[in-house]
Design a protein. Structure first.
Lengths: 303, 211
């Protein structure tokens, strides 16, 4: 396919492209990468947010204290939600848990699903790319601005700008390609963020969960949702029974409706429209056009 | 002695007024753009169609606006034509014997009025699909302003409407051009020949002639 050009022979290697046949990936292969977010080590300093904006040259507007009060985000969060010029956001929440009052923090951005809803829903060939290392990225030159990535995303992540193009965390793919860790990981002062091979991150996460359990957080879990075949950001949640309060969906999956219009309905549509076209042609050659039949009227005397 | 001859031309009957024709073609061209760009957007194999429709970004931009034109046109059509399109028992009989119609066994069919059962069926497909296209299309146009569940199912319903309306539109275009010779003049110029009217729409012909 002509769309299969991203990466070329020296690049990252492509695993999947939107609206394109699954490419042959046997030539170039690369193991999956992941960032482990150990929330038990997070102090909510938002340095990752600042580093993200700095690396990507983003300048989202700073909210005034009045706006902060108005939006009821209690002054912890820098913004109420993701924006096209804000790829990641620290979300804060205060809840009562079985352990008493808790301050829940979540690093919120594109999760880099291994089964990405945006890529599956995207109808523009090559506009959404999944690299061999699992990172999901957008190619604006191929994007037509239909917003289907937003419809397909189980995490409500892509945000459209005034040019009608979507933005999100790209895992600092430019840094990763050059052998560097993503900006947020680089800047994290508490080692809450770790970057590495996915299997290593899972192993490390499991160990942290075990130690948390020993320390009395018996509900601690590793968030790596199987519904989207795992993610590129995996989270150690000390209060694993409060997934929703962390602003994370409990069992995210690519919605059934996406599979329906991408799968069976495309087949039915093709059959219906080609069928109508072929049917009309068959009518033409089998019986011919429905012409005015000539001839004289026969008048019969009746009764 | 010179032989004098006067030519007698075939009688022409007005089938669609100028307003009808303009309404039909504005709606039709808007729908055609929506259909082709929709195929280009939704079916990756036909992505190349968008190149001929102004490019991917442009086609995606124009598709909803063309949809608005189509929807307004369809609503005017409903106001203007819905009463003519009510399906009667005879129309049902016509549809049941559609095989006789397409295979040219004209004598087995009930006499049609201004519109036959097939035309009426297509009219209702346009009327209903226009409303469905519009409502689901608005949701898909501004997905940020609606619940994600509603947006997701709107895409599915938009697609179902496309499958039905698209397939029938192909048949409509075929019947209006090649399939039924002479019918195109009803929408181009607006007049059909009396012979054509008498054969295809005898009850309408008699009404027009006041018989």
């Amino acid at each position: 396919m002509s769309t299969l050009t991203t990466g070329g022979t020296v690049g990252l290697g492509v695993r999947r492209l939107s609206a394109t046949k699954e490419p042959d990936t046997s030539i170039k292969s690369y193991p999956e990468l992941a960032i482990l977010v150990d929330i038990s080590a997070c102090i909510g300093c938002k340095a990752c947010e600042a580093a993200c904006q700095q690396w990507h040259d983003l300048t989202p507007p700073i909210m005034t204290p009045e706006e902060v009060v108005q939006r009821k985000i209690a002054g912890y969060q820098s913004h109420p939600d993701l924006r096209p010029d804000l790829f990641m956001l620290m979300k804060f929440n205060e809840v009562e848990t079985s352990k008493g009052f808790a301050w829940l923090i979540t690093k919120y951005q594109c999760m880099h699903c291994r089964e990405p809803g945006c890529l599956i829903a995207c109808p523009a060939p090559g506009a959404v790319i999944q690299y061999q290392n699992g990172v999901v990225d957008f190619d604006h030159s191929k994007c037509i601005g239909c917003k289907m990535c937003l419809v397909g995303c189980p995490f409500d992540v892509p945000r459209y700008d005034a040019n009608n193009k979507p933005w999100k965390c790209n895992f600092c793919i430019d840094r990763v390609e050059a052998g560097l860790e993503p900006a947020c990981v680089k800047t994290c002062p508490t080692q809450c963020l770790t970057f590495g091979l996915k299997e290593d991150m899972v192993e490390k996460g499991k160990k942290i969960v075990e130690s948390l359990k020993k320390r009395g957080y018996e509900n601690a879990t590793l968030y790596d949702p199987p519904g989207v075949n795992g993610t590129g950001y995996i989270y150690v949640l000390p209060h694993g029974d409060h997934v929703k309060d962390y602003n994370l969906p409990e069992s995210p999956r690519v919605d059934a409706s996406i599979g329906l219009w991408k799968g069976p309905f495309k087949t039915i549509g093709s059959i219906a429209l080609w069928g109508a076209l072929i049917g009309a042609f068959l009518q033409l050659i089998l019986w011919g056009p429905i012409k005015v039949l000539g001839g004289k009227e026969e008048k019969r005397e009746e009764g | 002695m010179a032989v004098e001859s006067t030519k007698v031309y075939e009688e022409q009957i007005e089938r669609f007024s100028a307003f009808d024709r303009v309404l039909h073609w504005v709606t039709a061209l808007a729908f055609l753009y929506c259909m082709l760009s929709g195929i280009g957007i939704a079916y990756p194999k036909f992505h190349w169609l968008l190149t001929f429709l102004g490019g991917g970004e442009f086609a995606r931009w124009l598709h909803p606006w063309a949809g608005v034109v189509f929807s307004i046109g369809a609503v005017l059509m409903i106001i203007k034509w819905a009463r003519d399109m009510v399906l009667t028992g005879e129309d049902i009989l016509f549809l049941a014997r559609i095989k006789a119609y397409i295979s040219g066994r004209h004598e087995e069919l009930p006499e049609a009025g201004k519109f036959n059962g097939g035309q009426k069926l297509y009219a209702w497909i346009v009327f209903i699909s226009a409303i469905v296209f519009f409502l689901t299309g608005i949701v898909m146009w501004f997905p940020e302003n609606f619940g994600i569940g509603l947006v997701r199912w709107s895409v599915v319903i938009h697609e179902i409407a496309f499958i039905i309306a698209g397939a029938f539109t192909i048949i409509h275009i075929y019947m209006g051009t090649v399939g039924v010779p002479g019918s195109i003049w009803g929408m181009i110029g607006g007049k059909v020949s009396a012979t054509w009217a008498k054969f295809h729409h005898p009850r309408w012909y008699r009404e027009v002639k006041g018989e």
